[in-house]
Design a protein around this ligand. Sequence first.
Ligand code: GTP
Length: 195
Amino acid sequence: MASPPTRARADYDYLIKLLLIGDSGVGKSCLLLRFSDGSFTTSFITTIGIDFKIRTIELDGKRIKLQIWDTAGQERFRTITTAYYRGAMGILLVYDVTDESSFNNIRNWIRNIEQHASDNVNKVLVGNKADMDESKRSAKTNLNVEEVFFSIACDIKQRLAESDNRAEPMTLRINQQDPAASNGQAAQKSSCCGS
Ligand code: GTP
């Protein structure tokens, strides 16, 4: 007789939910595509409402599953997108280094965060399209894309680990898994938490 299916073991130690916000056209979807699939497209297909991608990375020997939500920058989707702020552990505020208004609007996006996100949410400012300017990060060239996601994931992991230590029963940590059993996409980074 066939044995009952065994429950799959969690394929990660931490699940971290990130949110990408910023004006329409700054390159949020490209940034996510670059980080999750390693690709880039020059065509502009505006996000309708919300989309998400998953990538599992490794930090300090822990598997971190990043669930990254990509919001539509267009005003008409604001009701849908703001509903996702509350569940976010980290928010990437994206602007286009060649578009000053997208940078000026960051203050409005911060206001949205203050109104709709959790108080302790981690935030990082991302200047995209650096290939068109002398700046820091670009989805097109992959410049600093890995670094920005790893850096915010690292900060959040530390925050979660600290709250694990403070309140044992309320832990978000999942049992250590067998790496061979996983089928996620794992980055080979040993440490980025400065430890
Ligand atoms: P919404 O979904 O409407 O909020 O827009 P978005 O912020 O997701 O923008 P998207 O990623 O669709 O990119 C808009 C346009 O900018 C596309 O034509 C991309 O090819 C271009 N783009 C994105 N990132 C870069 C970059 O780093 N460099 C250059 N040169 N172009 C970029």
